[in-house]
Write a new protein. Sequence first.
Length: 255
Amino acid sequence: MKLTLNDFFSPREKKNMFTLIELLVVIAIIAILASLLLPALRSAREAVKGIDCASNQRQVMIAYLQYSDDYNDFVPGYQFRRTWAEWPWCVYFIGWKNCDPFGGSAGPDYLRNRTVVRCPYFPPTKAILENDSGPAWYTYGVLGSYGTVNGLDLSKAGRGYFEPNGSWGGHIWNMKKIPAPEKIPWIADSATGGQQSDMFSVSSTWPAGGYAVMTRHNERANVTFVDGHVDQLKGTELNGAAGIGRYYTGTGAKR
């Protein structure tokens, strides 16, 4: 006996069935909607990452200002010498113990959450100094220029520091002497060699070592100014808003 649809479905059930063409149309509509929504979702996810990063930078800037209040307006620059070597800025804020530069005692503890000293979305992404002995150089960049920055003369606020024997000791700043703090970039998303770097330059030419701001959040960089406000700036906005001459794109290309 030859079976037909009528043997399996009633006429009413057959009317409610999808034809192959109708099914293909539905699939095509879903694919179109997905292609429209996925970029928006990716953009929203990147925006959230940028907000997380900006929050970290703001906490670091608050720590710098607290340090300044406690140490007669002075703060270390992107690196500063204690005992036998230069150390990156972050070790002066996170209560680093059991090693130089604090000779076995804890240093200042302005940032108990050590993860805020680096962007959580760019290498290295693991927590910093888990056992108090790891490298601390791969963090947000701190301003590494103390001449003219964003059209303002910072020569009275920052200077290079040298040991009595002539050894380079890093940068030292007097925060109260910084003119127009709302215009001076202090902390930024930065990179060199595919990793985060502890400093950035504002030079209009590429600095030695390639220490520069990076627009890694939807082609924007978080830049925190001395007065504590954070701007998310496109690469084309960095020079006008912060006096930053060179930068990396989110893919690492030099601009």
